[in-house]
Design a protein around this ligand. Structure first.
Ligand SMILES: [Zn+2]
Length: 67
């Protein structure tokens, strides 16, 4: 039973490692998709600098986009 228990622990450790690396990949993917842009005026998320410029034109036409 000791061997089986050790195997279980190793599987749990591997699962944790895999979920951690998955999070890392998803963060990189989010950065590549440009999802980190947020409107500094109303905190609305934008999918990129172009989307933020369009957001400024429609929502804050009197303000200048920070890009
Ligand atoms: Zn805004």
């Amino acid at each position: 039973m000791v061997r089986g228990h050790a195997k279980e622990q190793a599987q749990q450790r591997n699962a944790k490692k895999q979920s951690e690396s998955k999070q890392g990949i998803s963060q990189i993917e989010a950065r590549q998709a440009g999802l980190k842009v947020v409107c500094p005026l109303c905190k609305a998320p934008a999918t990129g600098s172009k989307a933020l410029q369009l957001h400024y034109e429609s929502k804050h036409p009197k303000e200048t986009p920070p890009i």
